[in-house]
Design a protein around this ligand. Structure first.
Ligand code: FAD
Ligand code: FES
Length: 266
């Protein structure tokens, strides 16, 4: 699939926001899905060879546009940040399992760092039929972005930063009081943050918990088996391997074997 870059701007020296026109993509995109995007425009350039996975941050059905919020951390995202307006960019169709949407529920949406990207499309969609509280955490002020949009599409928003430069000092999960007042918790962010969110809800049977996992991905479509994670299979009561790209990236957070997922970072 191809689309025209209608805007690509740096929000600060760490993050960029790209808006792409592609009515066909927008028509099919659901909150929680992602795409694999080519980060260089010329077909004779093969570095980096692989497309990069990015979550769908927002869509505008009327205009036929969608947005990607990206953190500039390596070669691919650096190249993305240099793409100019009106360039034609190549990407996959919307991939992966979306979040399950609810109605008439009290929702907590917890996002950490760039994990906030898919939470924007999600909270905007949920806000139409639910009460939504957003909990947004980052390492520092630079990580707190698009708050005016989150404010518009949430009943309450609370912010934390590790260094205390914006909002409350500490971890985003520490902001959540009265967890048992929620029907459902959605989360996306660094794995230790997701595990901390799991600790909040794990013993409360009435609370549904959905997470979006950002494993490293090569193919994005289930062929390379490079993005395996472990979940508890309720039916067989055994641990099974699933592909984050094909069976996820959204999972029932209560089924994930968190000690295996967080191993590399804890
Ligand atoms: C389903 C999914 C959705 C994602 N959504 C977003 C998004 O909306 N915005 C965004 O900025 N990023 C998102 N990511 C992460 C993004 O794919 C990586 O940051 C990106 O591929 C890095 O590419 P690069 O070429 O800039 O860095 P590379 O040169 O490939 O790597 C640079 C550094 O980043 C680390 N890294 C690379 N990929 C990941 C990853 N998936 N998770 C954690 N660390 C990584 C590497 O270990 C390395 O230290 C998502 C990942 C997945 C799987
Ligand atoms: S990235 Fe290839 S199987 Fe998931």
């Amino acid at each position: 699939m191809e689309g025209v870059v209608v805007d690509n701007r740096l929000l600060n020296d760490k993050y960029g926001l790209m808006c792409i026109e592609s009515p066909e993509f927008v028509k099919n995109a659901k909150p929680g899905q992602f795409l694999m995007i080519k980060t260089q425009l010329h077909n004779y350039l093969y570095d980096p060879l692989l497309r990069r996975p990015l979550g769908i941050c927002d869509v505008n059905l009327k205009r036929g546009t969608f947005s990607l919020l990206y953190m500039i951390i390596g070669k691919g995202t650096k190249l993305l940040s240099n793409i100019a307006k009106e360039a034609v960019i190549s990407f996959s169709e919307p991939l992966g399992t979306p979040f399950n949407l609810t109605a008439d529920k009290k929702i907590a949406a917890i996002g950490g760092g760039v994990g906030i990207a898919p939470m924007l499309f999600l909270t905007k969609t949920l806000y139409e039929n639910n009460s939504v509280d957003v909990y947004y955490g980052g390492a520092e002020e630079k990580d707190i972005l698009l708050t005016h949009v989150f404010e518009k599409y949430s009943n309450n928003m609370k912010i934390s930063t590790n260094d205390g430069s914006v909002g409350k000092k500490g971890f985003v999960t520490d902001l959540v009081e009265n967890i048992d007042s929620y029907d459902k918790v959605y989360a996306c962010g660094p794995k230790p943050m997701l595990k901390a969110a799991f600790e909040l809800v794990k013993d409360i049977g009435e609370i549904d918990f959905e997470v979006s996992l950002e494993e490293r991905m090569a193919c994005g479509v289930g062929a390379c088996l490079g993005c395996i994670i472990y979940i508890n299979d309720e039916r067989t009561e055994k641990i099974k391997q699933v592909r984050c790209c094909a069976e996820g990236p959204v999972f029932d957070g209560k089924q994930i074997v968190w000690d295996t997922v967080c191993k590399e970072q804890l």
